[in-house]
Design a binder for this molecule. Sequence first.
Ligand code: CMC
Length: 430
Amino acid sequence: MSDRKATLTIDGIDEPLDLAIYDGTLGPSVIDVGKLVSKGVFTYDPGFVSTAACESTITFIDGGKGILLHGGYPIEQLAEKSSYLEVCYLLLHGELPSAQQKAEFESVIRNHTMVNDQVSVFFRGFRRDAHPMAIMCGVVGALSAFYHDATDISDSLHREISAHRLIAKMPTLAAMTYKYTKGQPFMYPRNDLNYAENFLYMMFGNPCEEYKVSPVLSRAMDRIFLLHADHEQNASTSTVRMAGSTGANPFACISAGIAALWGPSHGGANEAVLAMLTEIGDVSRIDEFVARAKDKDDPFRLMGFGHRVYKNFDPRALVMKQTADEVLGELGLKDDPLLAIAQRLEQIALEDEYFIEKKLYPNVDFYSGLILKAIGIPISMFTVIFALGRTVGWISHWNEMISNSYRIARPRQLYIGPVKRDYVELDERE
Ligand code: CMC
């Protein structure tokens, strides 16, 4: 708690109200408005623009300066020096692992990659042309029916086992989803491969021939998982926390997070970016699309631009752009026409008064799709990849909440509906 306090004077209430101010280690302080309800008023902040909903030690973002820290470590350093599983450990435990902890953690994850065989039967209830995210919402939620042995959320060991299971099984489920929509047989995980290699093997291997995983692609895949690992209290993470605040089991909560991620304003944007670049089709049509994005009467937005928190640049987008350059270069795909459109679009938008004034910069989703496309991931799987990478963030926040004192999340409202009135009989209604 800080020595500072905020004093609020409310018309119609005699005494000014002193509200405590809490300081974090970084970032804006918060004003504790919890006791306002006792004075008969609520705060009003649609979209939670100025509202901190919890305390957290996991991730820090300074949107004005373009800073993203996990456990205090800058994302640029993690992307360059670390690996996805090491970042998973960092998010779950708050510290980088020692060599022994790293080896043990990787071994635990490797040894949980298989899913109960009955899960494959569950898949068969879906249409083959179902959107992969629709399947993911269902199968991840269904895990609670398969792993009910460890869903006592008050037991820290159960919570840890669930976290390991989720991180380990998401690549298996994601790849099964892809295989199912392709009509190909599911591939069992191979525990001699690392996390990203195993995912690519399950996606692109088949039982008829040997599949050699390209080191260029597995490095790129690992980088993409890492860049999506966590992003503090975004819409899907807040959804997971909200579902978790009711005491729901972790698999159900992560399924809720997947559903929230699917929307085009959030994780669904990576799919939408590629669709947009494909629709633009040629550099000569960029001006037309930029004009549409600026037109108040046109709902079209430049997908992959803008962010609620970043008002300078998204540091993940910078690393993603570099990765796109490297990967497309290494694969000899530098002449990809969509890359040319993306680069030109970025340049035009960044010089445009509308985008400058509204502080709209490319976000993480702008370049990730180009890398995923180069790896061979179909567009409809892009948001699934985001979900896979973000699972560790969701489960870390869920675990942080359950480990500390928490209450059911129950926002209030400004009611603007009809005042009390008497029921009107059917034959008396107009
Ligand atoms: N293209 C054109 N105009 C835009 C865009 C865009 N991409 N984004 C925001 N604006 C305008 C918007 O019309 C509004 O203008 P005005 O003030 O004149 O009404 C202003 O900028 C502020 O926009 P907002 O919608 O109030 O901002 P927000 O913080 O509520 O929304 C956002 C943030 C990310 C949803 C939004 O920028 C957007 O829809 N971007 C495109 C979708 C996208 O790329 N999403 C991925 C986000 S990053 C990864 C993730 O979170 O999953």
